[in-house]
Design a protein around this ligand. Structure first.
Ligand code: ADP
Length: 400
């Protein structure tokens, strides 16, 4: 182990790469950026490092070209991939199946195993794998570490992760609840305990990660005991474009009666449902604006979204028995005063008393929005998945 303390975090999507270079010595963000529209005629790279901000508009035919461009931007700021201070590259990987429940150093065998998991996450894992392959080619000698979205949920007891379907069929096809957004749930639950001034082991938290995708988790003493997403990120809460929970028979019905094929139903439930399916908009800001103008569809979409959230909060109270805090995070959770008010308001029966003044204050640091007399704390905790990936990758290096 040398004294290199920087970790480059890569989050490779199908047509984008997000990156952050973080110095784990003090947690400083040395550079952040994004390459968009990879493979399309007009791509763009936005790079920030200190006061420098550069936008490059160019065609990036593939992830190799995109990552080479990222490496070049980092080099221009003296932060190149060949820097001796770079300790590792941490990769976000969406699905780790049952095999990868910890941050994992990537070698050929791990990469092969990740390829084997593609059927479980066909939309996400292939891009994550491409990012890893390109990064390994650029710096073959550097530790490359995979951090999985599913990993934090691996502690769920079997009665929470197993679906009540024929066991043999489920097991033969790896059908179970895995859960996603794990790095966010882990980070936010830990930060919530810190905000309360208590050890994570002594705190029970319900985390509501409300971004475009959305999921809830029940965390007992720092350990996940249940979560709302399932085999895929489709289950659970109402999301920007995904339905979340529904009667599985809806699928048979649409197939038999409406003649929709399985791919059409997949697209319907993943891309044309949730808020966008209900009111034509998936951005909570637009929905709030339209509600203000008396738009009935926007109001109904909001009400369905909130109703589902309330059901999960109530059921996770029952699962945990004792709840110390409900934590809101991600784009909607961090910013929508109205969603927090609607979910946590009028829950005094559960010991939740929101403070409407505190809830109305905007900010970007973790904060309490409950009344001082509230038995259960309500917190807004901005998520930081990149930092959590860097932290876990760096911790793994230290163990080696
Ligand atoms: P993801 O990472 O899942 O793409 P984010 O966590 O960035 O998503 O959340 C994006 C969503 O956050 C937007 O679609 C929008 O609904 C919501 N959002 C962002 N800013 C605000 C705001 N000021 N008020 C209400 N909602 C917001």
């Amino acid at each position: 182990m040398n004294d290199a303390t920087r970790v480059l975090v890569l989050n490779s999507g199908s047509s984008s790469v997000k990156y952050q270079l973080i110095d784990m010595a003090g947690g400083d963000r040395l550079a952040t950026g994004l390459v968009e529209r990879i493979g399309e005629p007009a791509g763009a790279l936005v790079h920030r490092a200190g006061d420098a901000r550069r936008t490059v508009e160019e065609r990036y035919p593939d992830h190799t070209a995109a990552l080479k461009a990222v490496a070049e931007e980092l080099r221009r700021d003296g932060l190149g991939l060949d820097s001796p201070e770079l300790a590792a590259i941490g990769h976000r990987v969406v699905h780790g199946g049952t095999r990868f429940t910890q941050p994992t150093r990537i070698d050929d065998a791990v990469l092969e195993a990740l390829r084997g998991l593609v059927p479980l996450a066909p939309l996400h894992n292939p891009a994550n794998i491409t990012g890893i392959e390109v990064a390994r080619a650029l710096r073959p000698d550097l530790p490359q570490i995979a951090v999985f979205d599913t990993a934090f949920h691996a502690t769920m007891p079997e009665h929470a992760w197993r679906y009540a379907i024929d066991k043999e069929t489920a097991d033969a096809n790896s059908v179970r609840r895995y859960g996603f957004h794990g790095t966010s749930h882990e980070y936010v639950s830990r930060r919530t305990a810190e905000l309360l001034g208590r050890a994570p082991e002594s705190v029970n938290v319900i985390v509501l990660h409300l971004g475009n995708g959305a999921s809830a988790s029940a965390v007992r003493g720092g350990v996940c005991v249940d979560t709302s997403m399932g085999l895929t990120p489709l289950e659970g809460l109402v999301m920007g474009t995904r339905s979340g929970d529904l009667d599985p028979a809806v699928i048979f019905h649409l197939h038999r009666e409406a003649g929709l094929g399985v791919d059409e139903i997949d697209a319907l439930l993943n891309r044309r449902s949730g808020l966008i399916g209900l009111c034509g908009a998936n951005d909570m800001r637009e929905i709030a604006r339209r509600m203000g103008e008396g738009d009935a569809d926007a109001q109904l979409a909001f009400d369905i979204y909130v109703h589902r959230l309330k059901k999960y909060v109530g059921s996770y109270f029952a699962v945990l028995g004792r709840v110390d805090a409900v934590a809101f995070t991600a784009g909607v959770g961090e910013n929508s005063i109205a969603v927090r008010e609607a979910v946590a308001g009028r829950l005094s029966v559960l010991g939740i008393e929101l403070d409407s003044v505190r809830n109305g204050v905007r900010g970007d640091s973790p904060r309490l929005v409950s009344a001082p007399t509230s038995r259960v704390a309500v917190a807004v905790v901005p998520t930081d998945e990149e930092y959590e990936i860097a932290r876990q990758a760096f911790a793994l290096l230290r163990q080696d």
